[in-house]
Ligand binder design. Sequence first.
Ligand SMILES: [Zn+2]
Length: 411
Amino acid sequence: MTELTKTLELKLVEPNVHKRRKLRETREAYQHALQDAFDARCTTQTEANDVVINYDLSGYAKNALKQYVPQLTTTYNADELSEDHPVRFTNEGPQLDHKPENAIEWYVKIPHHEDYHLWMPAKSNPEQRDWLEALNVGDATMGESRLFEHEGTWYLHVTATRDVAERSEVSAEDRTPIGVDIGEASLVTVCHRDDHGSPTAPELWADEGKTVRRLRKTYFTATRRLQMRGSERITESFGDDVWNQIDDILHTVTREVVEYAESVENPVLVLEDLTYIRESMDYGEYMNRRLHGWGFAKLHAQIRYKAVEKGIPVETVNPRNTSKECHACGEVGYRPRQATFKCTNDGCWMKEYQADVNGAINIADRYRSGESHSREYTDGDDSAEDGGRLTAPQDTQADATKQETLGTYAS
Ligand SMILES: [Zn+2]
């Protein structure tokens, strides 16, 4: 087992005047407390405590200062403080909440005073979605967080840690690709080819697909009715409850997908690349998937982090025509019914096939044809601190653009 640590980037979405003022108050109080404790040359937590206790800050910020100031005065030997210290909170100060039903899906709780905090919508770095999913369900641990403003925008950087298994040294060609098809009828379908190249052990999560569809429908009809009555609060708690049920199902399914992979020798899980989906699909298919994009993105993220936990690599492939081609001959066929794929090639032995399984095999085969590329295991340990000075996120602009592009699938 190895411990991975990552800094998760959350951008607070357009805080209103009131919340901006609260954030600035927190920062000012923090800066003053920090300066005071630094000037007093506090070298122990107790000494720092005596200084910072007088400030109107949450316990999480005070505790972070108690840990941080002695480091500054004893280890780093700094002469003076820079102006741009982020506000630090100890772990469990900020909290994360996920509302996939909303356009902005993530919410963070930012501690303000002792008994007062702010819940704020936040956008995440889309590359880190797997980490957020892990954190949200308790499969990753939250460490220290840092709140700062950069060019008028507020950010919260959260340190997260999780355990992952070492990956075996098997080369890419010697791995068995397992195609993972995410759909509507069957929520997830997996299949791979055996040593002789025959599709084997298909597994479909069709009942779960049915349940998720039913829950989503319940959510939309019920919330519409509740909204018409003006019961905002009931609508929200009802919505949370339904989406928690959906998320539980997704977590169960993604765990089982990874268990499936564990049962195969030298597996690699192959997913469709979300970034390709818009450009490669026809309009109807694209719209259909866009509507259910939240599930797509969540399932991907959950499979990713759970696979990495077990040391199983995850690759993505171009999804173009994976649901339309015959896995036996490559001909583009059609679906007379949702669950059935028909090959139109007269010379092909395969006339009809379960459509989702056909898709999953095609996805697995893309890996073989060298179309795959890996995004995994760029997860280096970036927790190293440099004495407290935090540079603003360098690729803020790039992230924002990416976020817009991905937002379409994630909405
Ligand atoms: Zn065929």
